[in-house]
Design a protein around this ligand. Structure first.
Ligand code: HEM
Length: 116
């Protein structure tokens, strides 16, 4: 199970890279392409994150699971997903939605790395 879990962590990190690349694309240019990239990246984060949390909570891999941290990350990630959906459906919407998405994404990276 360790190899499956580690491959999921790799996918989770690639999903984050995809999400952040969508943010960079939007930052330097129009929203049309960026919306879809951010939506796929945000979806990947929620799906792979939930599976990772499920495997760890089931005790199939070693180590303690911080359920509070997982719960907060899930709430923030769902907010990112909703905002990505809005940017994707309405590329002409004001930039504040995009700024919120960027801040929430960075918040989840900080939580992932610093909340032990
Ligand atoms: C925007 C959304 C997200 C971002 C940017 C993100 C980012 C990250 C990063 C950078 C790591 C690696 C941290 C490390 O190993 O020290 C990580 C690990 C992890 N994430 Fe996320 N995450 C997101 C959403 C989620 C969600 C929604 C869940 C679960 C509900 C989740 C569950 C996990 C778990 C269980 C790990 C631990 C992997 C391990 O064992 O090291 N993540 N996340």
């Amino acid at each position: 199970m360790d190899i499956v879990y580690n491959l999921l962590v790799v996918t989770h990190l690639l999903g984050m890279a995809y999400l952040v690349s969508g943010i960079v694309v939007r930052w330097v240019g129009p929203a049309e392409r960026a919306g879809k990239i951010m939506l796929w990246g945000a979806s990947a984060q929620v799906v792979t994150g939930l599976v990772l949390a499920g495997i760890a909570s089931a005790g199939l891999v070693g180590g303690e699971v911080n359920h509070m941290k997982i719960g907060v990350k899930l709430v923030v990630a769902v907010a990112v997903l909703v905002l990505a959906h809005i940017v994707w459906r309405r590329p002409d919407i004001g930039k504040n939605v995009f700024y919120g998405l960027t801040a929430a994404t960075l918040l989840n990276v900080v939580i992932a790395a610093m909340w032990v």
